[in-house]
Design a protein around this ligand. Sequence first.
Ligand SMILES: CC(C)(COP(=O)(O)OP(=O)(O)OC[C@H]1O[C@@H](n2cnc3c(N)ncnc32)[C@H](O)[C@@H]1OP(=O)(O)O)[C@@H](O)C(=O)NCCC(=O)NCCS
Length: 181
Amino acid sequence: MVPVLKTPRFILRQPTIGDADPIARFLNDFEVAGNLARVPFPYHLSDARAWLATRKASLPAAETNFAIDLPGEGFAGQVGFHQGPHGVIIGYWLGRPFWGRGIMTEAATASLDWFFDTTGAREVISGVFHFNAASLAVQRKLGFTETGRSSLLCLARGIQVEHIDTVLARSVWKAGRLARG
Ligand SMILES: CC(C)(COP(=O)(O)OP(=O)(O)OC[C@H]1O[C@@H](n2cnc3c(N)ncnc32)[C@H](O)[C@@H]1OP(=O)(O)O)[C@@H](O)C(=O)NCCC(=O)NCCS
Protein backbone atom coordinates (compact mmCIF):
# COMPACT_ATOMS: atom_id res chain seq x y z
CA MET A 1 0.00 0.00 0.00
CA VAL A 2 1.51 3.33 -1.06
CA PRO A 3 0.83 5.91 1.66
CA VAL A 4 -0.10 9.52 1.06
CA LEU A 5 2.79 11.67 2.28
CA LYS A 6 2.02 15.28 3.13
CA THR A 7 4.74 17.90 2.72
CA PRO A 8 4.37 21.61 3.58
CA ARG A 9 3.17 22.46 0.05
CA PHE A 10 1.80 19.30 -1.60
CA ILE A 11 1.15 15.58 -1.36
CA LEU A 12 2.92 12.48 -2.63
CA ARG A 13 0.54 9.68 -3.59
CA GLN A 14 0.15 6.45 -5.54
CA PRO A 15 0.39 7.16 -9.30
CA THR A 16 -2.88 6.39 -11.11
CA ILE A 17 -3.97 5.90 -14.72
CA GLY A 18 -5.29 9.48 -14.62
CA ASP A 19 -1.64 10.63 -14.54
CA ALA A 20 -0.91 9.14 -17.97
CA ASP A 21 -1.59 12.36 -19.93
CA PRO A 22 0.67 14.66 -17.88
CA ILE A 23 3.37 11.98 -17.63
CA ALA A 24 3.41 11.60 -21.42
CA ARG A 25 3.37 15.38 -21.94
CA PHE A 26 6.19 16.11 -19.47
CA LEU A 27 8.43 13.17 -20.39
CA ASN A 28 8.12 13.83 -24.12
CA ASP A 29 10.56 16.69 -23.49
CA PHE A 30 14.22 16.01 -24.19
CA GLU A 31 15.23 18.38 -21.36
CA VAL A 32 13.56 15.92 -18.99
CA ALA A 33 14.03 12.53 -20.70
CA GLY A 34 17.64 13.30 -21.65
CA ASN A 35 18.56 13.61 -17.98
CA LEU A 36 17.06 10.23 -17.08
CA ALA A 37 18.57 6.78 -17.69
CA ARG A 38 15.52 4.68 -18.39
CA VAL A 39 13.10 6.93 -20.29
CA PRO A 40 12.85 6.58 -24.09
CA PHE A 41 12.48 9.59 -26.37
CA PRO A 42 10.13 10.37 -27.99
CA TYR A 43 7.86 9.30 -25.16
CA HIS A 44 4.29 8.30 -25.97
CA LEU A 45 1.01 8.06 -24.06
CA SER A 46 1.28 4.27 -24.49
CA ASP A 47 4.65 4.37 -22.66
CA ALA A 48 3.02 6.18 -19.73
CA ARG A 49 0.12 3.73 -19.65
CA ALA A 50 2.47 0.73 -19.78
CA TRP A 51 4.57 2.12 -16.92
CA LEU A 52 1.49 2.92 -14.82
CA ALA A 53 0.23 -0.65 -15.29
CA THR A 54 3.35 -1.86 -13.44
CA ARG A 55 2.76 0.44 -10.44
CA LYS A 56 0.83 -2.00 -8.24
CA ALA A 57 -0.07 -0.66 -4.80
CA SER A 58 1.41 -3.82 -3.21
CA LEU A 59 5.02 -3.33 -4.38
CA PRO A 60 7.77 -3.35 -1.72
CA ALA A 61 9.17 -0.05 -0.42
CA ALA A 62 12.24 -0.46 -2.63
CA GLU A 63 9.99 -0.41 -5.72
CA THR A 64 7.65 2.40 -4.70
CA ASN A 65 6.91 5.47 -6.80
CA PHE A 66 5.08 8.58 -5.68
CA ALA A 67 3.22 11.04 -7.88
CA ILE A 68 3.90 14.64 -6.84
CA ASP A 69 0.49 16.32 -6.69
CA LEU A 70 0.24 20.09 -6.15
CA PRO A 71 -2.98 21.72 -4.96
CA GLY A 72 -4.61 23.57 -7.86
CA GLU A 73 -1.94 22.39 -10.31
CA GLY A 74 -2.16 18.60 -10.19
CA PHE A 75 0.46 16.10 -11.27
CA ALA A 76 3.93 17.70 -11.45
CA GLY A 77 6.31 14.75 -11.64
CA GLN A 78 7.42 11.77 -9.67
CA VAL A 79 9.94 10.48 -7.19
CA GLY A 80 10.55 6.81 -6.54
CA PHE A 81 12.77 3.95 -5.55
CA HIS A 82 13.95 0.90 -7.45
CA GLN A 83 16.27 -1.97 -6.70
CA GLY A 84 19.52 -1.67 -8.62
CA PRO A 85 22.46 -4.10 -8.78
CA HIS A 86 24.31 -2.23 -6.02
CA GLY A 87 21.41 -1.19 -3.80
CA VAL A 88 18.20 0.82 -3.73
CA ILE A 89 18.23 3.80 -6.08
CA ILE A 90 16.16 6.97 -5.77
CA GLY A 91 15.15 8.63 -9.03
CA TYR A 92 12.96 11.63 -9.78
CA TRP A 93 11.80 14.12 -12.35
CA LEU A 94 9.50 17.13 -12.66
CA GLY A 95 7.70 18.51 -15.69
CA ARG A 96 9.53 21.58 -16.92
CA PRO A 97 6.85 24.10 -15.75
CA PHE A 98 7.60 23.03 -12.17
CA TRP A 99 11.37 23.46 -12.10
CA GLY A 100 13.10 25.97 -9.85
CA ARG A 101 10.53 26.16 -7.05
CA GLY A 102 12.22 23.85 -4.55
CA ILE A 103 9.63 21.16 -5.29
CA MET A 104 12.05 18.25 -5.76
CA THR A 105 14.03 19.01 -2.63
CA GLU A 106 10.74 18.94 -0.68
CA ALA A 107 9.43 15.80 -2.43
CA ALA A 108 12.68 13.84 -2.10
CA THR A 109 13.01 14.84 1.57
CA ALA A 110 9.56 13.40 2.36
CA SER A 111 10.25 10.27 0.28
CA LEU A 112 13.57 9.62 2.01
CA ASP A 113 12.03 10.18 5.47
CA TRP A 114 9.41 7.58 4.55
CA PHE A 115 11.92 5.15 3.05
CA PHE A 116 14.36 5.18 5.96
CA ASP A 117 11.46 4.95 8.44
CA THR A 118 9.86 2.05 6.56
CA THR A 119 12.91 -0.07 5.78
CA GLY A 120 16.12 -1.12 7.47
CA ALA A 121 18.16 0.15 4.53
CA ARG A 122 21.59 1.46 5.50
CA GLU A 123 21.83 3.70 2.45
CA VAL A 124 20.15 4.94 -0.70
CA ILE A 125 22.13 5.41 -3.86
CA SER A 126 21.63 7.78 -6.75
CA GLY A 127 23.63 9.93 -9.12
CA VAL A 128 23.35 12.29 -12.05
CA PHE A 129 24.64 12.51 -15.59
CA HIS A 130 27.77 14.68 -15.44
CA PHE A 131 26.00 17.72 -16.96
CA ASN A 132 23.02 17.75 -14.57
CA ALA A 133 24.01 20.53 -12.17
CA ALA A 134 20.46 21.12 -10.89
CA SER A 135 19.98 17.50 -9.84
CA LEU A 136 23.43 17.37 -8.27
CA ALA A 137 22.51 20.50 -6.30
CA VAL A 138 19.33 18.78 -5.09
CA GLN A 139 21.29 15.71 -4.00
CA ARG A 140 23.92 17.77 -2.19
CA LYS A 141 21.18 19.57 -0.27
CA LEU A 142 19.77 16.17 0.71
CA GLY A 143 23.17 14.99 2.00
CA PHE A 144 24.25 12.73 -0.87
CA THR A 145 28.00 12.58 -1.51
CA GLU A 146 29.92 11.50 -4.57
CA THR A 147 31.35 7.97 -4.57
CA GLY A 148 32.85 7.86 -8.04
CA ARG A 149 32.13 7.96 -11.74
CA SER A 150 30.61 5.34 -14.01
CA SER A 151 29.10 5.08 -17.44
CA LEU A 152 25.35 4.63 -17.76
CA LEU A 153 23.13 4.09 -20.79
CA CYS A 154 20.79 7.01 -21.40
CA LEU A 155 17.88 5.53 -23.36
CA ALA A 156 16.69 8.90 -24.67
CA ARG A 157 20.16 9.73 -26.06
CA GLY A 158 20.92 6.16 -27.12
CA ILE A 159 24.47 6.40 -25.76
CA GLN A 160 26.49 5.69 -22.64
CA VAL A 161 26.93 8.86 -20.58
CA GLU A 162 29.38 9.68 -17.81
CA HIS A 163 27.55 9.40 -14.50
CA ILE A 164 28.42 10.89 -11.11
CA ASP A 165 27.55 8.16 -8.58
CA THR A 166 26.27 9.28 -5.18
CA VAL A 167 25.17 7.77 -1.87
CA LEU A 168 23.18 8.87 1.16
CA ALA A 169 23.87 6.85 4.32
CA ARG A 170 21.10 6.40 6.87
CA SER A 171 23.37 7.98 9.54
CA VAL A 172 23.89 11.11 7.41
CA TRP A 173 20.16 11.34 6.72
CA LYS A 174 19.37 10.97 10.43
CA ALA A 175 21.84 13.71 11.36
CA GLY A 176 20.38 16.01 8.70
CA ARG A 177 16.88 15.30 9.94
CA LEU A 178 17.83 16.22 13.50
CA ALA A 179 19.32 19.47 12.18
CA ARG A 180 16.06 20.17 10.26
CA GLY A 181 14.15 19.72 13.48
C1 LIG B 1 16.56 18.08 -11.43
C2 LIG B 1 15.15 18.52 -11.03
C3 LIG B 1 14.39 17.36 -10.47
C4 LIG B 1 15.26 19.64 -9.99
O1 LIG B 1 13.96 19.92 -9.47
P1 LIG B 1 13.66 21.34 -8.78
O2 LIG B 1 12.38 21.24 -8.06
O3 LIG B 1 13.80 22.39 -9.81
O4 LIG B 1 14.86 21.39 -7.75
P2 LIG B 1 14.95 22.36 -6.48
O5 LIG B 1 14.28 23.66 -6.84
O6 LIG B 1 14.45 21.63 -5.29
O7 LIG B 1 16.51 22.53 -6.33
C5 LIG B 1 17.28 22.85 -7.47
C6 LIG B 1 18.64 23.37 -7.01
O8 LIG B 1 19.51 23.35 -8.13
C7 LIG B 1 20.04 24.62 -8.31
N1 LIG B 1 20.26 24.75 -9.74
C8 LIG B 1 19.34 24.85 -10.71
N2 LIG B 1 19.94 24.93 -11.91
C9 LIG B 1 21.27 24.87 -11.66
C10 LIG B 1 22.41 24.92 -12.48
N3 LIG B 1 22.32 24.99 -13.80
N4 LIG B 1 23.64 24.84 -11.89
C11 LIG B 1 23.76 24.71 -10.55
N5 LIG B 1 22.70 24.66 -9.71
C12 LIG B 1 21.46 24.75 -10.27
C13 LIG B 1 19.02 25.58 -7.77
O9 LIG B 1 19.58 26.83 -7.46
C14 LIG B 1 18.56 24.80 -6.53
O10 LIG B 1 19.47 24.91 -5.47
P3 LIG B 1 19.24 26.00 -4.27
O11 LIG B 1 17.93 25.66 -3.64
O12 LIG B 1 20.40 25.76 -3.38
O13 LIG B 1 19.21 27.34 -4.93
C15 LIG B 1 14.37 19.07 -12.27
O14 LIG B 1 15.13 20.09 -12.86
C16 LIG B 1 14.11 17.98 -13.32
O15 LIG B 1 13.14 17.26 -13.21
N6 LIG B 1 15.00 17.88 -14.32
C17 LIG B 1 14.85 16.89 -15.40
C18 LIG B 1 14.90 15.46 -14.91
C19 LIG B 1 16.10 15.20 -14.02
O16 LIG B 1 17.16 15.77 -14.22
N7 LIG B 1 15.92 14.31 -13.05
C20 LIG B 1 17.00 13.91 -12.17
C21 LIG B 1 17.87 12.92 -12.82
S1 LIG B 1 19.30 12.53 -11.82
